[in-house]
Design a protein around this ligand. Structure first.
Ligand SMILES: [Zn+2]
Length: 300
């Protein structure tokens, strides 16, 4: 089996296993998440650079107590996925047939992230958020809040279940990435607004590289400055400088900005689409600031 097919099959299997695990849980708090592994103990302790670990020999999951809560939560689901994976002999032997060495380790880590996402963000939850908000920045922020995961974790899960041509991103202030710095620049490093993480719906061949700077006049920058959520016709700010027209929605969240770039709304007919005047109006209406507070207000 070609490697891509093997990986797709393994991901699908992992998703099924994680969904079955999730379905049997009494709830989604930490205690409930562990209830599917009655023989395994959970310990929180400082682990340095490591987020967590699963020790199958001693039946222990370790979580770094120094990490932020939503990171601990994703790590817990990731380590649980290691335990789920180890208990599935068929999947394990398929993986050992298809991969070896470092690549095998990599694939296992990827699968455990897939499993973690499926445990914390089951398809029903994503479908519910999507039905309410569409493929927007608000959907991304809401999913992260409801699943109690970071916006970056929510990003990948949401993108995978988006069937429209959409790019999602989380942008935040930070030091410019190496690639964005001018060689020989002696200026002290400024904090620049850039892409932290990005993920695209299946079939979308574009993605925003981490570290891509956001121009000052872009809606993402405006959302950070004003703290307001809105949607507007704008563009995808690719690192190459290329600007691709897109319907952009932005939503401030935890000091960062969630963004979605919908690529099809302008492409069909240029600016105006007479077939869907009401939807166009509705989108424009969202440009006006929403009086509601940002969904993450009050979060640490
Ligand atoms: Zn792992």
């Amino acid at each position: 089996m070609p490697a891509d097919d093997a990986l797709a099959a393994a991901k699908a299997r992992m998703r099924d296993l994680a969904s079955a695990y999730h379905a049997a849980l009494p709830g989604r708090d930490t205690h409930s998440l562990m209830s599917g592994l009655p023989d395994v103990h959970l310990r929180f302790m400082p682990l340095g650079w490591r987020d967590g670990a699963y020790d199958p020999e001693h039946h222990v999951i370790l979580i770094n107590s120094d990490s932020r809560p939503e990171r601990q939560r994703f790590t817990l689901a990731h380590e649980i996925s290691h335990a789920i994976l180890l208990s599935d002999d068929d999947l394990l032997s398929d993986l050992h047939d298809a991969y070896e060495g470092d690549r095998l380790e990599q694939v296992i880590e990827t699968l455990c992230n897939v499993g973690a996402a499926a445990i914390l963000m089951p398809p029903e939850l994503i479908a519910e958020v999507m039905a309410q908000f569409g493929p927007t920045a608000r959907a991304l922020a809401t999913l992260a809040r409801r699943a109690e995961v970071s916006v970056s974790s929510a990003l990948y899960a949401l993108a995978e279940q988006t069937d429209l041509p959409v790019i999602y991103a989380v942008c935040a202030l930070g030091r410019p990435s190496r690639a964005a710095e001018t060689p020989g620049d002696d200026e002290p490093a400024l904090r620049v607004l850039s892409v932290r993480a990005s993920s695209s719906a299946p079939g979308v061949k574009y993605t925003l590289a981490a570290g891509t700077p956001i121009p000052d006049d872009h809606p993402v920058a405006a959302a950070l400055d004003t703290g307001m959520e809105f949607s507007v016709e704008s563009y995808v700010p690719f690192r190459s400088g290329k600007r691709m027209a897109a319907f952009v929605s932005v939503c401030p969240v935890r000091g960062a900005v969630a963004a979605s770039f919908r690529l099809d709304s302008l492409r069909r007919t240029g600016r105006e689409d007479p077939a869907e005047p009401s939807r166009e109006e509705e989108k424009r209406g969202q440009l006006k600031a929403r009086p509601g507070e940002p969904p993450e207000a009050g979060s640490p």
